[in-house]
Write a protein that binds this ligand. Structure first.
Ligand code: ADP
Length: 550
């Protein structure tokens, strides 16, 4: 090794030496110096490497050199390695395995083994990765084996695998816990709802009983309203459980959003009027048909309007406006002049169990589920829902955007609702519905479109009405306080033939099947889409023989 280079930086030297000189002797000197530099470089790498390096003769397959790290790794002196074949230091199981690896190496010029166990002088196994290749050293072919201790990496991988097992089992545990919680919520909701049914039934019976003193009748109404509210909260809990479990299913059909909005506006109107709130409904959207679940869309709009009415003080204002966007979607914007929503709350408002604070919220109660459910439902329809507010006491705006679909042929020129004249024939209808407000609104609308309607909230009342009048049609709820619509139809048929249409709650598939089996001609999902009801009635009236008409 030339004196001049030893101990200095070979790289700087190499660069300094390369100068264009024409003299052949000088050029040879330069070439020799460069070679020496590269040898130093290589030696330094060999000595300092943190991989074990073995040099083997290609002819004998025996070790001719070993670097310090290899000695350190296995704890043997240099003499232990020199002259041995790889299998003799434990890299391969036996001579045959070693030979086959070497054959492969000589054939391909390269071999690699990922995870070989290599024993040190204490008998401890080190997982190693071995890469070997063949190259020329001064015209002599040699084999270089690089041996990397992958103990740390393997340890890390094992640790990661162990962590994954732990993580997997805690995930399974969390899933089990969540399934148990879901089951609990479902059972709890059912258990909480069940006792309300007879209470409601009793109250409804009291409300219709003629000999109840007026003050008690008012009390009974108050009790019923509160119990219905309780039932609604329980339904919300069930809905949230369904949403969290991803079990929310929609019964999609061609739905006229205008019908939904008109219907909900009718239902919340009494709350709005009671507070002397100025309410404006502007159905501006030309394209207002969606592929939607009418009951669920009804629920969304009802929730938003109910909140607007709840959080708007006396003599405030609420507007509900629809419009079409450039992409053809429809937006419904509900703006109120109420308490508004502070900026920190508005970010969380669609999360379950999130409510504002302050006496106002405590006064009105609620579970903070309505908007979470509304958002899940709107999203399931491929739409979006957003809230904005300028801040406390500056009112709030909720915007629901839904994709639209083409209007059906026959409604391409939208008919005002309810239609101005009787569509089809005038029918004498027995409407049986225990939800008094819904019954009243439905009765009013049916009357408006030219039918004669008698309302019963119970089976008992329906039977007594049927004994006094003859009806063309029974329009009946299935779950009634003192029985069910199926039994009612059976009893009415004992008095004489009567066609029937059932009104069912959402998701009650088994009820629907039973209704069909019991002889109901059709069923409508509650809350009822009035346009659809009207269509069913027109169809039905047209199918009646002349003699049956009143
Ligand atoms: P809740 O049934 O408890 O009202 P929601 O999910 O419907 O639950 O609403 C969550 C919260 O959002 C409410 O507690 C209230 O703080 C706020 N909020 C919703 N709508 C309005 C609104 N129109 N004006 C002001 N605050 C509102």
């Amino acid at each position: 090794m030339p004196e001049s280079i030893q101990g200095s930086d070979p790289h700087t030297h190499a660069d300094a030496i390369v100068e264009p000189v024409g003299d052949p002797i000088t050029e040879r000197r330069i070439a020799e110096d460069l070679l020496a530099v590269s040898e130093v470089r290589y030696r330094r790498l060999f000595e300092a490497a943190r991989d074990g390096i073995l040099i083997l003769s290609k002819n004998t397959l025996r070790i001719t050199d070993v670097n310090p790290f290899m000695l350190e790794l296995l704890g043997y002196p240099r003499a232990y390695f020199i002259g041995k074949e790889l299998w003799e230091i434990g890299i391969f199981r036996d001579k045959a395995a070693s030979q086959s690896a070497m054959d492969k190496l000589l054939e391909n010029g390269f071999i690699r083994f990922e995870d070989l166990p290599l024993k040190d002088h204490n008998g401890k196994l080190h997982p190693v990765e071995i890469v070997a290749n063949v190259y020329q050293e001064n015209d002599t072919p040699v084999i270089q084996c690089n041996i990397r201790d992958i103990g740390e990496r393997v340890g890390f991988e094992r640790e990661r695998a162990a962590l994954q097992v732990v993580e997997h089992s805690s995930r399974m545990e969390a899933q089990r816990a969540s399934a148990a919680k879901d089951r609990f919520l479902a059972t709890l909701s059912h258990e909480l709802r069940t006792p309300l049914t007879p209470v409601l039934a009793t109250l409804s019976t009291w409300e219709v009983s003629a000999d109840l003193p007026e003050a008690m009748r008012r009390d009974a109404q108050m009790l019923r309203r509160n119990i219905e509210l309780e039932a609604r909260l329980i339904d919300d809990l069930l809905d949230v459980t369904r949403i969290m479990k991803g079990k929310l299913s929609l019964n999609l059909e061609l739905t006229d959003l205008n019908d939904i909005l008109t219907s909900v506006a009718g239902i919340v109107r009494s709350d709005i009027q009671a507070k002397h709130i100025h309410f404006t409904l502007q159905l501006n959207a030309q394209s207002h048909f969606v592929n939607g679940d009418p009951a669920r869309l009804h629920q969304v709009v009802w929730n938003l309007l109910k909140n607007a009415a709840k959080f708007t003080p006396e003599k405030g204002s609420i507007t509900l406006v629809t419009a079409n966007e450039a992409d053809g979607s429809v937006t419904l914007t509900i703006t109120d002049s109420g308490t508004g929503i502070p900026p920190d709350l508005i970010e969380r408002i669609f999360e379950p169990f999130e409510q504002g604070d302050g006496p106002f919220i405590q006064h009105f109660g609620g579970l903070g589920l309505g908007l979470a459910i509304a958002k899940a439902l709107v999203n399931a329809h491929g739409g979006s829902i957003d809230a904005s507010s300028e801040g406390t006491n500056k009112g709030a705006t909720f915007v629901v955007q839904l994709p639209t679909v083409e209007a059906p042929e026959k409604t391409q020129i939208p008919a005002p609702f309810p239609p101005p004249q009787v569509a089809g024939r005038s029918l004498s209808i027995l409407l049986v519905e225990d939800h008094v407000d819904s019954a009243t609104v439905m009765g009013r609308l049916l009357t408006k479109i030219g039918h004669q309607v008698q309302i019963a909230h119970t089976v008992t009342k329906a039977l007594s009405l049927a004994q006094q009048h003859s009806f063309d049609l029974l329009l009946s709820d299935i779950g009634l306080p003192d029985g069910n619509g199926i039994d009612l139809l059976g009893k009415l048929r004992a008095l004489g033939p009567i066609p029937a249409i059932a009104l069912t709650g959402y998701g009650m598939d088994e009820d629907i099947a039973q209704c069909r089996a019991a002889g109901f001609r059709a069923h409508l999902t509650k809350p009822v889409n009035f346009r659809k009801l009207q269509e069913v009635l027109v169809e039905f009236a047209e199918s009646l023989p002349e003699v049956n008409l009143a």
